[in-house]
Ligand binder design. Structure first.
Ligand SMILES: Cc1cc2nc3c(=O)[nH]c(=O)nc-3n(C[C@H](O)[C@H](O)[C@H](O)COP(=O)(O)OP(=O)(O)OC[C@H]3O[C@@H](n4cnc5c(N)ncnc54)[C@H](O)[C@@H]3O)c2cc1C
Length: 387
């Protein structure tokens, strides 16, 4: 019997994409979101071609095109000398090589574009202010007053839907903190590139910066090791935590140090990774996005994976029972997620290298032409999701 209705827990990137992707196959959904309103949560996101291709299929890309920035390149630059280390071209090169654009926007811009599409789709119903903390599908059906063929847990790293999946993965503090802030273009120092993504690299820390066109500001993420295991995302860090962060950047170029010292409003994001575990209960409930596999942001692919998950799951559900679709989904998605985790771990090693390893890294990268560096990204950005 074809699937008619799904319950989705969480209206983040994964949950909203899932609602749209299911609707594309004629499957209705009720999306339960704990927040009373979807306000500006988070910061900037790079949206790579593997994800923008899906957003295009779902009719969401058009809304982003007018506001986001398509960076000319991703530059790797030494955080101490500001010497260029390597560059991967984006812009038209990305469209031609990977068949879809590479963009950068505020997370809220992407979420609002998805939200507009969801609220104007008759098959999607959004329920705000609904914190879901239940143990099985029946309990959710009782609370909602309607029946569902399946439940999709898209409620992020602190997922409550985990309780519905025996053996679900659990989050573990990575030992790294992301400090995020934005700086108005008008007040930005000249070292910040207005047309590209720049990753400044140092031993045991790095800083990524790119313009958010719709906010006329630069998005800045400084990642450094730290000891907090707080669950709060986006809280203001304490004075001691800020001092610890600055120590992680000692020896960096003075213009970057000044930038960090002056950011009283920087927010503090302890980074958690989801450990291995089951993504579904073999019957009627499945986890996607960060709820299944939150990963370190070193490959800038967490939201892209949430979008791929949602799209591919919906495609599999269109012609199968939930149990069959879940099995195929896990077989198909697990190797890709594992490979991405390895890439993120490799990037962490390479970005945060010091001493002789850093010298070797810089030499190897400087000898590789942009085309060859781009080829390393083909399996990520050139991926054609099935759906
Ligand atoms: C510093 C940093 C930089 C990043 N940069 C990038 C990047 O450049 N590109 C990229 O692709 N990814 C990036 N990511 C990763 C990306 O932000 C996440 O992977 C992505 O947002 C996960 O989306 P999600 O929908 O799975 O979860 P979330 O965005 O966490 O959404 C979960 C939703 O569920 C709701 N919810 C939670 N619990 C409940 C409940 N019990 N009941 C009802 N609702 C609930 C929440 O309110 C929220 O709306 C970055 C992450 C970090 C930390």
């Amino acid at each position: 019997m074809p699937i008619k209705a799904a319950a989705i827990i969480g209206a983040g990137i994964a949950g909203l994409t899932a609602a749209l992707a299911l609707a594309r196959h004629g499957i209705a959904s009720d999306v339960f979101e704990q927040a009373e309103a979807l306000t500006e949560v988070g910061a900037g996101l790079q949206i790579s071609p593997n994800a923008s291709r899906i957003l295009d299929t779902l009719g969401v890309l058009e809304a982003l095109r007018h506001v986001w920035l398509e960076p000319e390149a991703v530059h790797l630059v030494s955080g101490s000398s500001l010497r260029p280390v390597a560059s991967i071209p984006c812009g038209n090169f990305a469209r031609e090589r990977w068949g879809a654009p590479y963009g950068a926007a505020h997370r809220a811009t992407l979420q609002n574009a998805l939200l507009d599409a969801v609220t104007s789709n008759a098959l999607c119903r959004l329920h705000l202010g609904r914190h879901i903390d239940i143990r099985d599908k029946q309990a959710l059906e009782q609370a909602a007053g309607r029946e569902f063929d399946l439940v999709i847990g898209a409620d992020g790293v602190w997922s409550k839907a985990h309780a519905m999946v025996p053996g679900a993965p659990s989050p573990l503090f990575s030992g790294n903190i992301a400090w995020r802030f934005s700086i108005a273009e008008a007040a930005a120092p000249a070292i910040l590139n207005e047309t590209s993504v720049t990753a400044f690299l140092g031993s045991s820390s790095h800083l990524v910066c790119y313009p958010i066109r719709e906010n006329a500001a630069f998005n800045i993420v400084a990642i450094v090791s730290g000891s907090s295991t707080s669950r709060d995302w986006g809280a203001a860090g304490s004075k001691a935590q800020r001092e610890q962060m600055l120590r992680g950047f000692s020896g960096w170029n003075s213009a970057i140090l000044r930038l960090l010292e002056n950011q009283e409003q920087a927010s503090f994001w302890p980074l958690y990774e989801m450990k291995a575990g089951r993504w579904h209960n073999g019957r009627d409930t499945i986890l996607i996005g960060d709820a299944a596999h939150a990963m370190m942001p070193f490959a800038a692919q967490g939201a892209a994976m949430a979008i791929e998950d949602a799209f591919e799951l919906a495609g599999l559900l269109s012609a199968r029972t939930p149990a069959e679709a879940f099995e195929l989904y896990e077989k198909h998605r697990a190797p890709r997620i594992a490979r991405l985790r390895q890439r993120a771990a490799f990037n962490q090693f390479a970005y945060h290298a010091g001493g002789p390893i850093r010298l070797a890294r810089d030499l190897v990268l400087s000898l590789r032409p942009p085309q060859s560096l781009a080829a390393d990204m083909d399996w990520i950005y050139g991926y054609r999701a099935i759906g």
